[in-house]
Design a protein around this ligand. Sequence first.
Ligand code: SF4
Length: 249
Amino acid sequence: MPATLIKQFMCRGFRPALIFKACYEPPAMRKSSQPPLAAVFRALLARFGPQHWWPGRTRLEVCIGAILTQNTAWTNVEYAIRNLRRARALNLAALHAAPLPQLAAWLRPAGYHNLKARRLRAFTTLVADRYGGKLEKLLARPAAELRATLLGVNGIGPETADCMVLYAARRPVFVVDAYTRRLLQRHGWCGPQATYDELAALFTAALPRDEKLFNEFHALLVALGKNYCRTRPDCAKCPLTKANLRPET
Ligand code: SF4
């Protein structure tokens, strides 16, 4: 890994020992059936550099973004969050008090705005009813309990819940999205029927349980999916090809 990247990671509190463990684990230590995740991480970090996720200013924005980003591009989410900010509704009390049609109008740029308004309202209701309107209280719960609680909210599935647990509560759970699944499938590292939890377990079993590592790895996989491993993969230019990790044909 280039020295400049290591420096950037150390500035963010990323421990050198962790970089070493994640990036330089000798192949002999890996089971042959396991995807070479350390090598994938190293190749992506070298190509894209640290991603500085999540793109939200506060923990509440992270949670809102995680709900709104379902089935839409992030730029549309940003427009919706900007509407909330302009309306001075970017706080739990205002979000919870707003009439549902008003909330839906603010969220319109994110698509499926009526549905997402109901989902956001279900989330604010959870925080209001069970945690006295204090998001920090909810996020302070143990990771497994927090995840189970979020999964109990209408419209919050595993990916959305894990985004909140990782990026808002800063606990080491691995977020699996469509880009991650596509990469694993194209390389033959999972089958088409693999469940969300099975895919997440590939990462949590093979990597040190470190929130910063999981944060960075997921963000890098999104960069890979957006730039190279698209619907039509650009394997010739992909950093994984350069790292001799191209799938066998
Ligand atoms: S673009 Fe090709 S080499 Fe790159 S991750 Fe996708 S399938 Fe693998």
